[in-house]
Write a protein that binds this ligand. Structure first.
Ligand SMILES: [Fe+2]
Length: 183
C-alpha cells in the first residue's frame, strides 16, 4: 500500500463521521496534491499522503492541545511512527508557526518537528489554501477571505492567518510559477 492510500484510510476513519465537512475539504486538498504530480514527480505520493493527513488534528478522538497541526503531527509520530517527512509537513502546514506563536506553542512545534524542504511545504500550503472548506477549488485570496469571515476579526485563527498571509501567498505564487513553467 502506498503512503497516500494508507493516509486516505486513516483520515477517513478519523474525519468522515465526526467532521464530514472537514473530510470533504481534506479530499479536495488531496485532489489538488494529485494535480501537482507534473512538478513533484515521485514525491506526489508523499504530498498526497500529507494532504490527507494535514487536518486530522481536528478529529475529536485525538485533540490534545487544540492546535491541530501539532496534535496531528504528534499523533502520527507517536501512534503510527509515521515517516518524518509526513509528520513535519503536517506540523508546519500552511505557515503554522504563526498560529503556534499565538498559542504559545512555538517552542513545542519547532523543537519537535523540523521544517521540511520548501518545495514540499509550499506545495501542501498551496493545496490547502486553494481549497475551500467543502472541498471546492478557490483562489488563495478567496480562501483567506473565507477563513476571516468564518472565524471573525477577533479570533486567534484570523490573527494567525493575517500574520501568515505573506508566507501563504509566496507559497501559492511559487507553486503556480512551477506549474506554468511546466505547461
Ligand atoms: Fe486544511
Amino acid at each position: 500500500m502506498g503512503q497516500a492510500e494508507w493516509a486516505h484510510d486513516l483520515a477517513k476513519d478519523l474525519l468522515e463521521t465526526t467532521l464530514p465537512r472537514r473530510w470533504a475539504h481534506t479530499q479536495g486538498v488531496a485532489a489538488r496534491a494529485v494535480s501537482l504530480a507534473p512538478i513533484l514527480g515521485d514525491e506526489a505520493d508523499t504530498l498526497t499522503a500529507a494532504a490527507y493527513l494535514h487536518d486530522i488534528g481536528y478529529a475529536p478522538s485525538l485533540v490534545a492541545t487544540g492546535f491541530h497541526p501539532l496534535d496531528g503531527a504528534r499523533y502520527l509520530r507517536d501512534v503510527y511512527r509515521a515517516d518524518d517527512t509526513l509528520c513535519r509537513l503536517v506540523a508546519h502546514h500552511s505557515c503554522a508557526v504563526n498560529e503556534a506563536l499565538e498559542r504559545s506553542l512555538f517552542a513545542e512545534l519547532t523543537t519537535e518537528f523540523d521544517e521540511e524542504r520548501p518545495e514540499l511545504v509550499e506545495a501542501l500550503t498551496y493545496c490547502d489554501m486553494t481549497t475551500g472548506p467543502d472541498g471546492t477549488p478557490l483562489t488563495a485570496t478567496e480562501r483567506l477571505a473565507e477563513i476571516h469571515s468564518r472565524y471573525g476579526p477577533e479570533h486567534l485563527v484570523s490573527r494567525s492567518i493575517t500574520a501568515s498571509t505573506p508566507c501563504i501567498l509566496a507559497a501559492v505564487r511559487s507553486v503556480e510559477a512551477a506549474l506554468s513553467a511546466r505547461a
